[in-house]
Design a protein around this ligand. Structure first.
Ligand code: BGC
Length: 688
């Protein structure tokens, strides 16, 4: 697949106000380690941070786990004739940073002139290896453009920005690498980081150790116009014998392969192509070594927001991408849910139920990690009920287990692991049901995806997903030739759960009593930069029809093949008017449902809104890390919205709605282990 427009260039000048955002949007990861793209020489206002998936710790007195910052391996200090080279107080000739989509690396090109007129060009390339889990690479190229003189570089591992309290060990001066061995501040988790570099040319070499970190120091007399390259390889929990060039080549090869499997090519709009490349970059990064004992946090490993906790975001927004482009990653992510079943069983017991209740916010154990209260900016303490009541998460996971099986045909996974998830979540769902006088089963006191309305009865989304949970659990039992009392009960429930559908209008009521709430015309509040629940206040919002994010539209998207265009349009027209998009998970689903309902213009506007969430900082909080679910949403908006992919166990089909701005789209999918290349333009669809 031919690709073009391979980079995103950010600011020429440094803007301290945007720096934390740029650190997030240009973050690197391989699913095991993630690092924000901080300016290597460090400035006040920078927030350098690296995280290791699954390295959760708990601060004393805190109820909940978080991912601590590990030491920063990207730090570089450069001195020309003993004067620090930085962006302060000198002429910046250029300073561009970009993600190189061809190589999966982050690049910075920087040229400055100091007071003595010395011009120095600096190029830095960084990557986190997609081929070898614990390798991190850094290439520094310095060119003294118009002078000869002394250059000194200090590069290594900085411990100051880390949440690691105890330094256990450092290397000996005689070792030719930097090294730190640390223990986390609050719990006794150990980490070793090695940093080994080489420089082309004659130089003096030193190791600098202090409580602030362990660094390698290179000093040499530079010649005019010559390129000096310092190649550094940092390894985590593994000694540094690896060769930098080989490591980088392995990374590039794996990257090319992933890119080839996952990229979407849009003809007709260069800017949109960049947006899509940007999302695909982060999705590939987040997935590679994730899974089994960890999953992808809501902000991936690119920032501290949500403390590294895992939500339904992974199954509903990310898994479609992985299942259809890299099923091995999808399987590993579902194995994380299998491996945390015991925690989910414990959560069910804590709620007084049986089966498995997956944590709304999950970490390494699967136990519920959602906070019970939050403090609003005005100091008000509000209860957070999602941990106890946002029960749809368990059925969301069951939905995705089944989708994974339908698309991959991975019977071994289903038999050995997936089925147990389906059965245990179905057992939990049984406990949620209450039989009503109407002879139907109801689910009371839940929170649906729309978190602005709490403890509602018969949330249409939850009920629909629970119904599906019974359905797929029964199907799995049938595949395993199990015919028992449970199967009969589940079969009965699945056909008798209250749906909220008015058959005359085709409209689903989001929950019982929703129609009686006050209608608020959201247009009256436009333009706005603040979420509606802040404008109206929490209590008032609950009394209105203002919703946070796609709820009815969410299940209509998930089960797209079951709804006609007209049915979808009726619900879209009703709920779109009431949706305030208070979550980054919302615009992509509106884009997909609008496209499927034939409203291509609206779909395109929502596509842009979603795809710009981080690059345009649409929610104002990109500094806390990228909204990885929205990246999955970008991919889904194209493949499932504009290309109109629908699928089930028997196969897939397309119902395309290309926006006017695009001539064609091209991508590939994995279907039951085979690659399918798809090309769609206005003349039709070619699948090969
Ligand atoms: C959304 C949830 C989402 C969470 C993490 C919340 O604001 O309402 O649906 O799972 O953020 O992204």
């Amino acid at each position: 697949m031919e690709l073009y427009e391979l980079s995103i260039t950010f600011e020429k000048e440094i803007s301290p106000l945007r720096e934390r955002e740029i650190e997030s949007v240009m973050a690197m990861s391989n699913g095991y380690i993630g690092t924000r793209n901080s300016l290597e020489e460090y400035y006040p206002g920078c927030d350098p941070a690296s995280f290791i998936a699954n390295l959760y710790v708990k601060a004393p007195g805190d109820e909940f786990n978080f991912l601590p910052k590990i030491p920063d391996w990207t730090r570089i200090k450069i001195f020309v004739e003993n004067e620090p080279l930085n962006l302060a107080g000198r002429e910046i000739i250029k300073n561009s940073r970009y993600i190189d989509f061809t190589t999966g690396t982050i690049e910075r090109n920087w040229q400055s002139k100091d007071e003595q007129g010395r011009i120095t060009t600096v190029k830095i390339i960084k990557y986190i290896s997609l081929a070898t889990k614990n390798e991190l690479g850094k290439l520094l190229v310095i060119t003294p453009e118009n002078y000869t003189g002394n250059i000194r570089v200090i590069t290594g591992i900085d411990c100051d920005s880390a949440d690691f309290g105890h330094l256990l060990n450092m290397n000996r001066e005689s070792d030719r690498f930097a090294f730190v061995q640390m223990k986390t501040k609050y719990s006794e988790r150990e980490l070793k980081m090695f940093h080994k570099s080489s420089l082309n040319g004659k130089h003096k070499y030193n190791i600098e150790n202090s409580y602030s970190g362990s660094f390698e120091e290179f000093e040499w007399h530079s010649e005019l116009g010559r390129e000096y390259k310092i190649k550094s390889l940092c390894t985590v929990n593994r000694s540094p014998e690896t060769n930098f060039d080989e490591s980088m080549a392995r990374h590039a090869t794996r990257w090319k392969q992933r890119w080839d499997d996952s990229a979407i090519l849009i003809k007709g709009n260069v800017y949109d192509q960049k947006l899509v490349n940007f999302a695909t970059y982060h999705l590939i990064n987040a997935g590679e070594f994730s899974g089994n004992d960890c999953s992808i946090p809501a902000r991936s490993l690119s920032g501290e927001a949500y403390k590294g906790h895992v939500f339904w975001d992974t199954e509903m927004y990310l898994l479609p991408f992985y299942i259809l482009t890299n099923p091995e990653v999808a399987r590993a992510l579902l194995m994380y849910r299998y491996n945390t079943l015991d925690g989910a069983r414990q959560n069910a017991i804590n709620e007084g139920f049986k089966g498995a209740s997956y944590a709304w916010e999950s970490t390494d154990t699967g136990l519920e990690e959602a906070p019970e209260a939050a403090i609003l900016p005005d100091g008000q303490v509000i209860p957070i009920l999602s941990g106890m009541h946002e029960n749809h998460i368990s059925s969301d996971i069951a939905y995705t287990v089944w989708k994974y099986w339908e698309i991959t045909g991975d019977d071994d996974f289903l038999m050995d692991y997936g089925a147990e998830i389906l059965f245990e979540t179905a057992r939990y769902c049984e406990c949620l049901l209450k039989k009503g006088n109407d002879g139907l089963y109801h689910i009371n006191s839940v929170i649906g995806p729309d978190e602005y309305h709490e403890l509602v009865d018969d949330n249409a989304y939850t009920n629909y997903l629970v119904r599906n949970n019974f359905d797929v659990a029964v199907k799995a039992k049938q595949k395993m030739n199990i015919e028992d009392e449970e199967t009969k009960r589940w079969n009965h429930y699945k056909n008798n759960i209250y749906s909220g559908l008015n058959p005359k209008t085709g409209l689903y009521e989001q929950f019982k009593g929703f129609y009686n709430l006050e209608y608020v015309n959201l247009k009256d509040y436009e333009p706005r930069t603040v979420p509606m629940d802040i404008i109206l206040g929490r209590e008032k919002t609950q009394k209105t029809q203002v919703i946070k994010q796609a709820d009815v539209l969410m299940f209509m998207f998930l089960f797209g093949e079951r709804f006609s265009r007209e049915e979808l349009a009726v619900n879209y027209d009703f709920y779109e008017l009431r949706c305030s998009h208070g979550s980054s998970l919302s615009p992509s689903i509106h884009s997909i449902t609008a496209a499927r309902a034939g409203k291509t213009r609206e779909a395109y506007e929502y596509f842009l809104k979603n795809a710009r969430i981080d690059i345009g900082n649409e929610f104002g909080n990109a500094s806390g890390g990228v909204h990885i679910a929205a990246m999955g949403g970008t991919w889904m908006a194209i493949v499932m919205g504009f290309a109109g992919l629908y699928y089930d166990e028997n196969g897939f089909r397309f119902d395309p709605h290309l926006p006017d701005e695009w001539d064609s789209i091209e991508f590939s999918l994995k279907w039951k282990g085979k690659r399918k290349d798809i090309y769609i333009d206005r003349k039709g669809i070619i699948a090969s």
